[in-house]
Write a protein that binds this ligand. Structure first.
Ligand code: SF4
Length: 247
């Protein structure tokens, strides 16, 4: 990507300074540390987990043979957890279902619920801009969420809801067969890695997802970055790593 265009993107993102790496990928740039880093385990938007009885997902076995469109249709009709009650529609995915990079957030918000597409609100616009800054168009990646229906009041999804929706996500990943997964935010990272470590400790490492050991990186959710702009430099670092792994 043209360096000036990249710089313009980064300035628009509120990431104030970067330097070009002298070796390695010609396209890569490295963010200079800007100001003091916030606490490593910055309080993430991890869910409160009040118990809530829900139906079983019917999960991976039932969904195992479905292709992408059939899976999407099944999600649109799904009532396996209480989130179906408040949704306008299930929000299945955006982008390319054969992408090398699969980006997984936590849940649809109000804009996503209305438009039927993940990451289209302010957080989505930030994500799109950050992808552009590493030379990726939104249409080139596959974007989805851990749960497909909007939690009321934009709360985090409960553990039971994540479990109920797990079969859809597992089947999506199996169909996409991404070369790399990027988990955005604590809810996504914890669901995919079965971990409770804060994002600040999970990022900067390459994890392995599932039996296929798909490489998985963790970064901050764009909604969190909107609340904590000082963390954007770290997220930019993470995206640089993602770009490097994709080659
Ligand atoms: S969130 Fe997932 S499991 Fe719950 S109703 Fe929606 S599609 Fe079904």
């Amino acid at each position: 990507m043209d360096p000036l265009r990249r710089q313009a993107y980064l300035q628009a993102l509120g990431i104030p300074a970067f330097t070009r790496r002298e070796s390695g990928q010609a396209e890569s740039a490295v963010v200079e540390e800007v100001g003091a880093a916030a606490a490593a385990g910055a309080a993430e938007e991890l869910a409160q987990h009040p118990g809530r009885p829900v139906a079983d997902s019917g999960g991976a076995v039932e969904l195992a043979g479905l292709d992408w469109l059939s899976l999407q249709e099944r999600a649109s009709e799904c009532r396996a957890c209480g989130l179906h009650e408040g949704r306008t529609q299930a929000v299945f995915s955006a982008g390319n279902p054969q992408a090398d990079l699969m980006i997984i957030g936590e849940a649809p918000g109000a804009d996503e619920d209305r438009l039927g597409e993940p990451f289209v609100g302010r957080a989505g616009q930030l994500l799109t801009a950050m992808l552009r800054a590493i030379g990726l168009m939104r249409e080139q990646v596959c974007i989805t969420n851990v749960v497909k229906c909007r939690p009321p009041g934009n709360r985090n999804p409960h553990l039971e809801e994540i479990a109920a929706c797990r079969g859809f996500l597992q089947r999506q990943i199996a169909l996409v067969e991404p070369r790399l997964i990027l988990a955005l935010g604590a809810v996504s990272a914890h669901a995919l890695l079965d971990s409770d470590e804060p994002v600040g400790r999970l990022r900067r490492r390459t994890h392995a997802y599932g039996e296929s050991a798909i490489p998985l990186r963790v970064s901050y959710h764009p909604a969190y970055l909107l609340r904590r702009p000082a963390e954007k430099a770290k997220a930019w670092e993470d995206l640089q790593q993602v770009a490097g792994l994709l080659g």
